[in-house]
Design a protein around this ligand. Structure first.
Ligand code: PNS
Length: 166
């Protein structure tokens, strides 16, 4: 039943409580969700976790939720979606500033594969300003990000930063 399988793509470096909120709400209307970690941003200078570490953290976080899988993908998102036979892409839309980029991506993806649809979910209002890049930046500069990531991710983040400082 491909209609009920969705892909939630992104960089997830790291997955935040905002992402987790989108996952939880998506599960209200999809049967299965693949959280797809893109290779596209691997070369970012401010990357913190490797792609495999991000996938592993997500897998561990959702170990008790059989409807959620974590995978990595390289290349076009629509090609990955086709491989998985998923015709639904989920994206969080936080603010008007996200809109243009998200709109372009949704239209391009639809152009590349007309069977695919993008569903945008607004954030819970308490997460509207939250982004993984801000979490990375604040944590690297010694700020407290414990309110922005779940405790398992916070532990991994602390270990990663301690390793970097050592
Ligand atoms: O969390 P991000 O970094 O905003 O996610 C962006 C992502 C990974 C969803 C986007 O860059 C993407 O889909 N990359 C895969 C390559 C691709 O298909 N590009 C064309 C999209 S229009």
């Amino acid at each position: 039943m491909p209609r009920h399988l969705a892909i939630y793509p992104g960089s997830f470096d790291p997955i935040t409580v905002g992402h987790q909120d989108i996952v939880r709400r998506s599960l209200a209307f999809v049967d299965r969700l693949i959280i797809a970690v893109a290779h596209v941003r691997t070369q970012r200078k401010d990357a913190l976790f490797t792609i495999s570490e991000r996938v592993e953290l997500i897998r561990q976080h959702y170990a008790d939720e059989p409807r959620v899988a974590a995978m990595e993908f390289e290349g076009l998102l629509v090609d990955f979606a086709k491989q998985q036979d998923a015709r639904l892409i989920i994206r969080g839309l936080r603010a008007v500033s996200d809109f243009e980029y998200e709109f372009q991506m949704a239209l391009m993806n639809h152009e590349l594969w007309p069977d695919v649809e993008t569903v945008f979910l607004p954030p819970a209002k308490e997460y509207s300003y939250l982004s993984a890049s801000l979490v990375r930046q604040v944590s690297m500069l010694g700020g407290d990000v414990s309110g922005f990531v779940s405790s398992d991710i916070f532990a991994a983040l602390s270990a990663k930063l301690a390793g970097r400082r050592a």
